[in-house]
Design a protein around this ligand. Structure first.
Ligand code: SAM
Length: 270
């Protein structure tokens, strides 16, 4: 898989892509990430990438021409001829569609992803219309630029590439995990799965040694080695976290009769 990132701050990415899973994925050739300095595609002495907005108002807007030229240099197919399962162009924008785990999954099966980082008041809208397939936001807040958002997307996608994680199951049993994992059985020889299929829920809390930290003991359910007790506890805690922090997720997922019982208890209906 290859990412191309167009930005006015290419050096910004030296940090985020040089650690942990991302670094390993780059070193082993699982992913190639190229950053492109938008200013290299300007033709004036001041390397101007922005201009005042038509209609007046605050701030500056990234000009269309340097972005167009940058994309031409990258040999991305024209928008109309693009096979989006192979290559896609993303405009980062606070006005975009929300970035989710399922979008990360979808992008992880795409061979080439080009990401355009906005700055200032944003990007001339004709760039969006002419060149981009998706306008994506990483959350309901405004960043100073698209670079942090690009790093977030690359990180979330790369860890889903087969071979990126030490244990391939890790990404299947996390918060927001795919629905179908909810019913996956334990591996025959191992301990219980780390998450009892998130099935679209948030992950449950994790603990490691020591069992007693400043007088705070780990939950009893986790210490006895009884797989069924552990499974129930994890499912209950995943439901509790979700109920407390993201009750909206509960509207969107399929829950079992057992889940319904637990939720009623958690809501104090028992
Ligand atoms: N005027 C814009 C608005 O009100 O929606 C905000 C522009 S913001 C200061 C500059 C750039 O940061 C945007 O063009 C975009 O690339 C990036 N950006 C800001 N917030 C973002 C978000 N939530 N998700 C993705 N990119 C974002």
């Amino acid at each position: 898989m290859r990412f191309d990132i167009i930005t006015i701050f290419p050096d910004f990415f030296a940090g985020p892509f040089d650690y942990g899973i991302l670094k390993r994925a780059r070193t082993t050739g699982l992913v190639e990430i190229a950053t492109h300095d938008l200013r290299s595609f300007t033709h004036d002495r001041h390397r101007t990438v922005d201009d005042r907005p038509f209609g007046g108002g605050e701030g500056m807007v990234l000009k269309a021409q340097p972005i167009y030229d940058a994309m031409q240099s990258l040999n991305i197919s024209p928008k109309g001829e693009r096979d989006k399962s192979r290559e896609t162009v993303i405009l980062l924008s606070a006005q975009g569609q929300p970035f989710t785990q399922s979008l990360a999954q979808e992008l992880s099966t795409t061979e080439r992803v080009l990401i355009l980082c906005g700055r200032y008041e944003g990007v001339d809208e004709r760039v969006n219309e002419l060149l981009c397939d998706r306008e994506i936001s990483i959350g309901d807040y405004v960043l100073s630029g698209g670079e942090l958002a690009a790093a977030v997307i690359v990180d979330a996608v790369v860890r889903l590439l087969p071979g990126a994680l030490g244990n391939p199951d890790s990404s299947r049993f996390e918060s927001f995990g795919a629905d179908e994992v909810a019913d996956l059985p334990d591996s025959a020889d191992g301990p219980p799965r780390s998450t009892y299929g998130s099935g679209g829920l948030l992950d449950y809390p994790h603990y490691t040694r020591p069992a007693d930290f400043m007088g705070m003991m780990i939950p009893e359910a986790l210490s006895g080695g009884n797989h069924e007790v552990i499974r129930r506890w994890r499912r209950r805690m995943a439901l509790k976290k979700t109920l407390e922090n993201r009750p909206d997720l509960l509207e969107r997922i399929e829950i079992t009769d057992e889940d319904r019982e637990i939720l009623a208890e958690l809501r104090g209906f028992h």
